[in-house]
Design a protein around this ligand. Structure first.
Ligand SMILES: *Cc1c(COP(=O)(O)O)cnc(C)c1O
Length: 231
């Protein structure tokens, strides 16, 4: 077994255990393998071990990596990094899910590009809970307003919320951020049932995903623990 196969099976087991520990079905939690900075060959190894969802953080890097892998059926590509409006069209071509939607102008650009391509794309609203450390995302008090505005874009499916909490060594210290995102989701759904589509909560990375799962994560974004540490 190569190290990626080994790491993936260890992570899947930890996801299953964390889900069961909080009374959730392991299938409720999707594993997104964050392949940024790693070459196509390693992504192929992950595919051979049954991984089908991959996340990249930069459009430019993804442009070199996704097209060579198009021949593999059923791969799903997620953009998890900040997206500038001027790259919206390229992102809409490359990705199936955008985790970093955080303003209406970007939504309008994505929607326009998708319409021209006859494509629908799934988006998550990135919420900034950390204040200073995470520069991107919409502030919590503006989420309701943005969610309302997104209804005007027929080619975008709003499917939930995403957050990147500040990096804190002790995963338990991150728990309040995960809990806050979940509370925002519940509040939005209560005010406007169905407004968050598949109701995803994209939260949790290599060092804190178990805590995120116990707070309701449905997509965990894991890079280092699968592919190794980045340069
Ligand atoms: C890089 C990245 C991850 C993965 O982080 P790891 O600590 O390597 O698991 C998750 N989410 C986002 C938005 C990232 O940029």
């Amino acid at each position: 077994m190569n190290h990626i196969a080994h790491n993936l099976s260890a992570i899947r087991e930890r996801i299953a255990r964390a889900s069961q520990a909080s009374g959730r079905a392991p299938e409720e939690v999707l594993l997104l393998a964050i392949s940024k900075t790693f070459p196509v060959e390693l992504i192929e190894q992950a595919v051979e071990s049954g991984q089908c969802r991959f996340g990249e953080s930069r459009v430019q890097e993804a442009e070199g990596k996704i097209p060579p892998l198009r021949a593999i059926p059923n791969l799903e590509w997620h953009l998890v990094g900040h997206l500038q409006s001027n790259k919206a069209r390229r992102a809409a071509e490359l990705f199936d899910v955008i985790h970093s939607l955080d303003n209406v102008k970007l939504a309008a650009r994505l929607d326009q590009a998708c319409r021209e391509m006859g494509k629908k794309i799934s988006v998550l609203l990135q919420v900034d809970l950390g204040g200073e450390e995470t520069k991107f995302g919409t502030p919590p008090e503006k989420t309701a307003e943005i969610i309302k505005a997104l209804a005007a874009f027929p080619s975008l499916h709003l499917d939930g919320l995403m957050t990147i909490p500040p990096f804190l060594d002790d995963p338990e210290q991150v728990r309040p951020y995960f809990r806050m995102l979940r509370a925002i989701k519940d509040d939005m759904e209560a005010r406007n049932p169905g407004c968050l589509g598949k109701r995803h909560l994209s939260m949790g990375m290599s060092h804190d995903f178990e805590v995120a799962i116990s707070e309701g994560a449905t997509i965990v974004r894991i890079g280092t623990a699968i592919f190794g540490s980045r340069q």
